[in-house]
Design a protein around this ligand. Sequence first.
Ligand code: ADP
Length: 425
Amino acid sequence: MRGKKVYIVIFIISIIGISIVQYQYLRIGLNLAKVQFNQKIGLAVNEIKEGLRSENELTFLVGKAITKDDKYFKLSIDSVQDAARYFMNDFLIDKLLQQGIKTDFTYTLNTRDSTEYLTSPTTYNKDEILLKYPVPLDGYLLGLTNENLILELQFKNLNKYFLFQLNGLTIPGLLFIVAIVFVIIWVFRSFYWQNKIITITNEFINNLTHELKTPVFSIGIASKILLEKSTHENKELVNLIRVQVDKLKNQIEKVLELASLEDKKAFIDKKVTDFKPIISNLGLDFEKLAALEDIDFSIELKKDKYILNCDSYLLESAINCLLENAKKYTKENIKIILLANKDKNNLFISVKDNGIGISDENKKKIFDKYYRVSIGDVHDVKGYGLGLNYVKRIVKLHKGKIIVNSTLGKGSEFIIGLPLYKYDK
Ligand code: ADP
């Protein structure tokens, strides 16, 4: 739970961080765009000044309009002024475009004391205008009026224009952030959803096994009483019930233990033990069972004394589990070998069968929790896919290793390697 909070906090901080960095980039971008704009306007102003310096078609027409001379064109002075207004507008658009400036603007042509001679076809309200670029005129028009003429270029708030120019960067940036947020939220959700399912499954298994324990315990006692009273004929049958109930009990214990191992609350009671007599007894027990079920079972325990620092009960149930599997996954003429041997440092315990075998692909997966090899979606052997996972956990708790050698159709061999206890340590 704490881990979850930490991840969420890191995620939120990162997203805020990225957003701030993006915002700063945007500000820098805007400032650069403004600087660039000013440079371009500077160039355009020079060009405009140059274009209006000498007498040409435009300055001649503008000259007539500002001196209110209607004789030359034989038109009303209003028409002359209108024509000049548009002609000037086109000229300015052209000069701005030459510098790559493509935004709305207005202009006025006035004297220094603000007498207006000419305005652009459309005009802004005074308070809308945020940027002004005065172009002092000289040459032909100055000579006509004998006054200091100023052409003023006016722009509204240009941030929108700059942002539009930066859109190629800001919009993909924003989209990528949104995409990252979506994907991460999705990953978080599925991760915690899966965790929830695992918890629910564990709880379910816990409850189920606890529920099973009581009836199995009762059957165990009942069969024990029955065994005492049984006659010679049915003794064997009652014995079978007892043996099977014991097996069932073991399975239930195993599942419960697995669940507690999961909770990391497992209590491992390690002691320095000679494991040889334990494994030997275990083998003898299995031999009895095997005889009942017509299984060819052999046990070979090489060398002397297997001193381990171990929880012998856990190790025993791990080996039992391998023996059970060997039996379960062999169809006929079952032949199982339990073998133990040691070298200087390790004890090796192997359980070998002549069963159905495991494909290379499945060898990696069979130790996963709930994993079962399925043949066309059909499991003809009952199980929960928990056994090998349990075995592996126990082996790990003893700092050991488990490997599997297997050929499909021929048989499998599971080998557990456990470090021997060193006296001189
Ligand atoms: P379960 O036996 O309950 O399915 P396990 O974890 O013990 O669960 O085994 C996982 C899978 O590994 C089994 O479903 C089976 O397919 C395969 N397996 C285990 N032991 C053997 C074996 N001795 N021979 C062949 N396949 C095996």
